[in-house]
Design a protein around this ligand. Structure first.
Ligand code: TK8
Length: 338
């Protein structure tokens, strides 16, 4: 036992020394990396950015430093994307949905009810299709590293419990700045209004809009329960986040520096998905305690919603390209059959 403990300790010491030594031998320069994100520090997004920062600093022997800037202090997703393209900011994490104006193929992930489970999302996003879509960013001046989980989205509002599609009639609903979301919710009868996430809380508070849709984690971490009474479990779409880098800046990094970022991004992805799923598992109970009234949609109502929303599929397929659309459907069919 004693020997075992000592051996363990020795391994830990070697690892602690080896990591900075390895960093010394590598082609790594001092770098300050501004990493922007939209949610609070105390959110699944904030926690994963923190882990990423720690990993990068450790693997680079303290040379590469991440300055994490949350709560959209560097601007909403779309503004940060432009800063990355121009080289004024190095990194960010945000919704793939807000990237559609830059890379139309990203709209694939906005397809309502595309994935039946988080497992399916992992396989598709981390597989060849996810990579293909991510690689498209490069032509536009961005490098995608990994997808993180934002999660299955659910509906909240301050007017009434939404138990069927018709209940959405006339509800002013904030959606992300993205045509698929806009079209989807118009199709369902809501009065959909695109707004950046950073303006959402106050829009809900002042009743400029009645409702919004986001995963449980965000409803909790952004305190939407303070300004929203009703939550309907719809799971209408799985939305990913994506970690992106300014290509202008990335191209000036050494292979070793790029590897530090890639490895840390993968570690942060695995951590983030675990953390998000664990939090989501308890979030409904937490939101109830905070006073939200929660209702599930019956399977029949979910089927009706799903049915209506298939209307937007044709325009998504046209936008992302028929080959990509068909490959995705085939990959999902294969996954579901085996
Ligand atoms: C955070 C957003 C957010 C997204 C939204 O910057 O806008 O509703 O779900 O996570 O990307």
């Amino acid at each position: 036992m004693k020997f075992f403990r000592r051996a363990l300790l020795a391994t830990a010491v070697v690892a602690a020394i080896a990591a900075p030594l390895a960093a010394l031998a590598q082609d790594i320069k001092p770098r300050l990396i501004r990493f922007g994100y939209g949610l609070n520090e105390v959110s699944n997004q904030g926690r994963a950015v923190k882990l990423f920062a720690e990993q990068v600093e450790k693997a680079s022997g303290g040379k590469m430093k991440i300055r994490a800037i949350g709560a959209a202090a560097l601007g909403p997703d779309t503004q940060m994307q432009q800063a990355l393209i121009g080289g004024a900011q190095e990194m960010m994490v945000g919704s793939t949905a807000t990237l559609v104006g830059i890379t139309k193929e990203m709209a694939l992930w906005d397809t309502p009810f595309l994935f039946n489970s988080a497992k399916e999302a992992d396989v598709l996003l981390d597989g060849p299709i996810g990579q293909k879509v991510m690689d498209k960013l490069q032509e536009k001046g961005l490098v995608g590293l990994v997808y993180w989980e934002n999660g299955f989205r659910n509906l909240t509002n301050s007017r009434r419990a939404v138990t069927k599609v018709e209940d959405l009639d006339g509800i002013k609903l904030r959606v992300m700045q993205n045509n698929v979301f806009l079209e989807s919710f118009r199709t369902l009868g809501a009065n959909a209004v695109p707004l950046p996430f950073s303006e959402l809380f106050s829009a809900l508070e002042t009743k400029t809009v009645d409702g919004q849709e986001n995963p449980y984690n965000t409803i909790l971490s952004s305190k939407f329960y303070e300004v929203q009474k009703y939550l309907s479990v719809t799971n209408h779409v799985y939305s990913p986040w994506i970690v992106t880098v300014s290509k202008k800046w990335w191209d000036g990094l050494s292979k070793d520096e790029q590897k530090v970022l890639i490895d840390a991004a993968k570690a942060s992805r695995d951590f983030e998905r675990r953390d998000t799923r664990e939090e989501a598992g308890r979030a409904l109970a937490d939101l109830k305690t905070k006073g939200m009234q929660i209702n599930e949609l019956t399977p029949a109502e979910t089927a009706r919603m799903r049915d209506k929303l298939t209307r937007v599929n044709a325009s998504i397929a046209a936008n992302v390209g028929m080959d990509l659309w068909k490959d995705t459907q085939a990959a999902l069919a294969k996954l579901r059959s085996g």
